[in-house]
Design a protein around this ligand. Structure first.
Ligand code: UD1
Length: 344
């Protein structure tokens, strides 16, 4: 066993894929999740994929006493990967206090308990949203942090600062902040994937739900942006590739190889794709025609952003390797599996 990792939000979309990669690399995992946006059977599916059912604790990270009891009971936890958070940009505008309480109190609780239980480090799920609309593309980790467009985005910025301040204060922990670009796709087994709650806000779940007939039509939000085809550009990263980045971060941390106590990495492919390009790649990958129309711009959208991932490539030793068509096929297979299971 390489070490024991506590994964908050471990039954969620990125969390579940990361638990699989951690276990397949020889780590022991304890999942903490309140199941507010995920299902308990994900733990069984992780067991089916890896042959090991991870420990699972249904608890809310806002609950300090519950977390304290979990740390006390599970013995030496070597590191934490903190995914548990609310993540819907639009909802965060409607319910800011929910977002601030959930996303910030959870981190405060973990940081308070880490030194008490000798936990060495934390990998934090951050987002490219901290860059806003970058002045220079591709965006590097050195780009300025822009004022957040939403309470959700603000919680990511504030959490990065809370971690920086805590480490600076002399607390004996280290941290890796991973700034994700746009994670898409599902595990190739189609046993785990993204489970959107209600009408999907994100592009790929909306595409697959339209393709399967749950939604009549996909709206492309704007074709008058200053991009070659007028639609927005993003860096779509395969979720299994993204999950693997966490394993690289954890081993770097536990082997004491970090150059600084807080390290920041962009986790993206380095390639930007427009909404229209993504739609056409989906059609090419699956042979399914999509019913879509051009609709007005969506408030708060950034025109274009893609990563410069060279720091993650060179320093972390991680690189995104899965092609976009394989990734979109995996998203489609997952949608087909959900229908088979009668979920969506
Ligand atoms: C945003 C945030 C990201 C956050 C994520 C969570 C930014 C840059 N990114 O991602 O940090 O983690 O939300 O939800 O702030 N689109 C359509 N039709 C649709 C849905 C989306 O055209 O039905 C377009 C959007 O306008 C956008 C692209 O598809 O151009 C991707 O949208 P989405 O999947 O929602 O992700 P972001 O908004 O990039």
């Amino acid at each position: 066993m390489k070490g024991k990792i506590l994964v908050t939000g471990g039954t969620g979309y990125i969390g579940s894929h990361t638990v699989v990669e951690l276990q397949e690399s020889g780590y022991e995992v304890v999942i903490v999740d309140n199941l507010s946006n995920s299902r308990a059977d994900v733990v069984d599916y992780i067991g089916q994929i890896t042959g090991t059912r991870p420990a699972f604790e249904q608890a809310d990270c806002r609950d300090l006493d519950a977390l304290d009891e979990i740390f006390a009971r599970h013995g030496q936890i070597d590191a934490i990967i903190h995914f548990a958070a609310s993540k819907a940009v639009g909802e965060s505008v409607q319910k800011p206090l929910l977002y601030y309480r959930n996303n910030i109190v959870s981190l405060l609780n973990l940081l308070e308990l880490m030194p008490r239980y000798g936990v060495k480090g934390i990998v934090f799920s951050s987002s490219c949203t901290v860059y806003g609309q970058p002045d220079v593309l591709p965006v590097t980790e050195a780009a300025p942090i822009k004022k957040a467009e939403s309470p959700y985005g603000n919680t990511k910025q504030i959490n990065e600062e809370i971690i920086q301040d805590t480490v600076r204060s002399g607390t004996p922990i280290s941290a890796v902040l991973l700034r994700y670009f746009n994670p898409i796709g599902a595990h190739p087994s189609a046993l785990i994937g993204e489970l959107p709650n209600g009408v999907p806000m994100n592009l790929v779940p909306f595409i697959t739900q339209t393709a399967i007939g749950i939604r009549p039509q996909l709206s492309v939000f704007g074709d008058d942006y200053g991009t070659p085809d007028g639609s927005c550009i993003r860096d779509y990263i395969n979720v299994v590739d993204l999950a693997k980045a966490h394993v690289f971060a954890i081993s770097r941390m536990l082997e004491g190889k970090q150059a600084e106590q807080v390290e920041v990495f962009n986790i993206g492919t380095g390639r930007g794709l427009s909404v229209l390009e993504l739609i056409h790649a989906f059609e090419a990958a699956t042979g399914v025609k999509l019913n879509y129309r051009i609709a007005p711009r969506r408030a708060g959208d950034i025109e274009q952003v893609w990563a410069d991932p060279r720091k993650a490539n060179d320093v972390l030793g991680w690189k995104a390797t899965t092609g976009i068509e394989d990734t979109l096929r995996s998203a489609w297979n997952w949608q087909l599996k959900l229908r088979e299971r009668g979920i969506q």
